[in-house]
Design a binder for this molecule. Structure first.
Ligand code: PBG
Length: 330
């Protein structure tokens, strides 16, 4: 379209008042856009701050139901569970990963008991249970694919049995979506949804998360042989096509803010439910700057979140979820 020339066109006319700006605003943000990631830990009636993520705490399983209720009360539709595990929980065979009694699975049950309405999302990857901190089994220094997928399927089935609504495979092994989908169908869990970490990049922005879940000291080497090269975009489209064909219901791009070009492409090219993860490093950067008085914390929080919507996201995994919901609810 060619715009009539100035002064017939004065784009500032529609920016003059809050009412006019509200009328022509193209995106909106509400608590319904959020998935809230929470860290759970062993113990009783306690929370513990995560040093590298100001404002975020780990919570014992007995308190996670109350947290879910609060989130639901704020209008947040989904909560995503990540377990904090010490070295004692980690083995070569990762057997705790598919135990119904591990703390992540206990948390699913606790949330479903306390607040059955909220959607519970999980993480599927071996890293919390792996002695070397990797998302897959390591054999002779190599992160092996197919044997890992068999373990991920066991994890998925246990999570589904514990009541999870949304499974989040975050491991980046090939073939895992199809294998999980088939296993769910065969086990009578055809209603369980998969939000695939489809375009998950090998990012340095995950640093604070690895502290939060106790993985930093366990991890040997890097995740470059399975997570995506940060320089790639076309490859992400191939992954989306593949995951959809294998049975993913929703697609995730991760990290978030530095990868909104990928979000935009996914939404434009596929038109499917598209999510992004505003990861720990993004959160930590904004919080650190706000604590120093270098940024207005509340403003950058809301600005960063609406940018996800503008880029095409249907929802955002964000540690800001409760804080942002409170502001949005007035
Ligand atoms: C692990 C996992 C990671 C995150 C979510 N699931 C870290 C990693 O891949 O090393 C990162 C989340 C964040 O940084 O907030 N499977």
């Amino acid at each position: 379209m060619t715009m009539p020339p100035f002064p017939n066109t004065r784009l500032r006319r529609l920016r003059r008042t809050p009412a006019l700006r509200a009328m022509v605003r193209e995106s909106s943000l509400s608590p319904a856009d959020f998935i809230w990631p929470v860290f759970v830990m062993e113990g009783k009636d306690a929370t513990e701050p995560v040093a590298s993520m100001p404002g975020v705490s780990r919570t014992t399983v007995d308190r996670v139901g109350a947290a879910a209720k609060e989130a639901w009360g704020l209008g947040i539709p989904a909560i995503c569970i990540f377990p904090y595990t010490g070295m004692d929980a980690r083995t070569e065979d990762c057997a705790l990963a598919w135990s119904p009694d591990n703390i992540a699975n206990q948390a699913i049950k606790a949330i479903k008991d306390a607040c059955p309405e909220i959607a519970v999302m999980t993480d599927i990857a071996l890293d919390p249970y792996n002695i070397n901190g990797h998302d897959g089994f390591v054999e002779n220094g190599e992160i092996v694919n197919d044997r890992t997928v068999e373990a991920l399927v066991k994890m998925a089935l246990t999570q589904a049995e514990c009541g999870a609504d949304i499974l989040g495979p975050s491991d980046m092994m090939d073939g895992r979506i199809g294998a999980i989908r088939t296993a769910l169908e065969n086990a009578g869990h055809s209603h369980v949804t998969i939000l695939s970490y489809t375009a998950k990049y090998a990012s340095a922005f995950y640093g604070p998360f690895r502290d939060a879940v106790g993985a930093s000291s366990a991890l040997t080497g890097d995740k470059n042989t399975y997570q995506m090269d940060v320089a790639n975009s076309d490859e992400a489209m191939r992954l989306v096509e593949r995951d959809l064909s294998e049975g993913a219901d929703m697609i995730m791009v991760k990290p978030g803010m530095p990868y909104l070009d990928i979000v935009g492409r996914v939404k434009r090219e596929f038109g499917v439910p598209t999510f992004a993860y505003q990861v720990s490093g993004e959160y930590a950067m904004m919080q650190a700057a706000a604590q120093n008085g270098w940024l207005d914390g509340e403003k950058v929080m809301l600005e960063s979140l609406i940018c996800f919507k503008r880029a095409g996201c249907d929802g955002i995994l964000t540690y800001f979820a409760p804080a942002a919901a409170k502001v949005l609810n007035g």
